[in-house]
Design a protein around this ligand. Structure first.
Ligand SMILES: [Zn+2]
Length: 405
């Protein structure tokens, strides 16, 4: 590992400093071996060791401190030994800032739970794998790359994340889909808790001393299970807490389940909400006390020709492939400081690029959408520090730009 000059030899006892609060919301600094993360933070996906289409310096210039690498996909290809031999994930992908890696649990169980995973997150098109067996040890499955049988359990997940050398590892968990009944969700949650203990044991002994470990709260849409899982994860030897699993079938239920998951959490550990990235959901979750988010939406929308704009009635989305924007000389969003809008590129131009699947189109939209999210998070941090989070949230929900005056 290393040698990064800023890579400390051990993880700090208290990796998270809260600088200011507004109600339940917090703004602060998460300290990792590869630098600080300003919170609340949105974390762009670098699933396959790249923020698709962008260079690391571009991602940093947009205002991002941390990216997320995908344990399952990097395990399948190119393999964690391959990445380790090329210096670990930071050096491999040329990003020397903080990296969080997910547990691999979501992808490995998505295969077994089939298309219902689509209700939580998009599936990789045309690259389905098959689960052969789920046991106390872990999951046996058929690789989508070459059809070979592979295995991933808690120790495998920790081993992969240690080899990648991420700053934050996530404990291996089962992400139960919304349709799971209470009995299955309970059994799964209890197994996830046993897996957490195995992850802690392996990670503390073998992983780089500076790697932080987050446990994951599960429990589906059941209040008592969420409470039990929150208590279990909070009592474990972890550095932070992630909230995962199905949060319900609509936004009202999601907010209720999030509330159950946060109730009774100790104040000090940083809290990450997995896979949530809609503007109104982030506004709600920050007010409820979430410190970081990851989501594929901004970059995935960009690849499909959709921009994030100040339009709450259309879920902050503008589809630039539609004929209505053909020939438009407007910028994607007036006042947006991103390289696309500030650079003078028009809706009409991006429409043409997107319709013809030009890479420049998805690059411009990725730069724009990630700028929108970065500005939103910067606005939230400033609002919490200033004690006017409610007013800022109301303005954004009313369609104001997230950019602060
Ligand atoms: Zn823009």
């Amino acid at each position: 590992m290393g040698p990064y000059p800023h890579e400390s030899s051990t993880r700090p006892a208290q990796p998270f400093e809260i600088a200011a609060r507004d109600g339940s919301a917090r703004t602060g600094t998460l300290r990792t071996a590869h630098g600080d993360v300003r919170t609340p933070a949105f974390v762009p996906l670098a699933s396959n060791a790249s923020v698709r289409g962008l260079l690391p310096a571009e991602v940093a210039d947009l205002g991002y401190d941390m990216v997320l690498g995908n344990t399952f996909h990097l395990f399948i290809t190119p393999g964690h030994d391959y990445v380790r031999a090329l210096g670990g994930l930071h050096r491999f992908m040329g990003w020397d800032g903080p990296i969080v890696t997910d547990s691999g649990g979501f992808q490995v169980f998505s295969m077994g739970h089939g298309s219902v995973s689509d209700e939580i997150k998009g599936r990789r098109d045309g690259r389905r794998s098959m689960v052969h067996e789920i046991s106390e040890d872990g999951v046996r499955f058929q690789s989508y790359m070459d059809g070979s049988e592979r295995f991933m359990g808690p120790e495998t997940s920790m081993e992969v994340q240690a080899a990648l050398g991420s700053d934050i590892a996530l404990a291996f968990d089962e992400c139960t889909p919304f349709h799971s009944d209470r009995t299955y969700t309970l059994r799964s949650m209890e197994r996830t808790h046993r897996w957490l203990d195995r992850c802690v044991a392996w990670q503390r002994e073998h992983a780089p001393a500076w790697q932080l470990l987050y446990g994951i709260v599960q429990g589906g849409v059941h209040e008592d299970l969420r409470a039990e899982s929150t208590a279990y994860v909070a009592a474990a030897d972890v550095d932070g807490i992630a909230i995962g699993g199905s949060l319900g079938q609509d936004k009202d239920q999601m907010r209720e389940v999030l509330g159950w998951s946060l109730a009774g959490l100790p104040d000090a550990p940083p809290r990450h909400l997995l896979g949530i990235g809609d503007v109104d959901d982030i506004l709600h979750a920050v007010a409820a006390g979430i410190d970081s988010f990851d989501c594929a939406t901004p970059t995935r929308l960009a690849r499909h020709g959709t921009a994030l704009v100040c339009d709450p009635d259309r879920r902050w989305r503008l589809d630039l492939t539609k004929a209505a924007v053909a020939g438009s000389a407007e910028p994607i969003a007036a006042g947006c400081p991103c390289p696309a809008c500030a650079g003078g590129f028009t809706r009409g131009y991006v429409h043409y690029l997107a319709r013809n699947r030009e890479l420049t189109g998805s690059r411009l939209l990725a730069l724009h959408n990630l700028t929108f999210m970065a500005e939103l998070m910067a606005g939230l941090r400033a609002a919490i520090a200033a004690g006017d989070l409610a007013a800022y949230t109301a303005r954004v929900l009313a369609g104001d730009a997230p950019y602060r005056a």
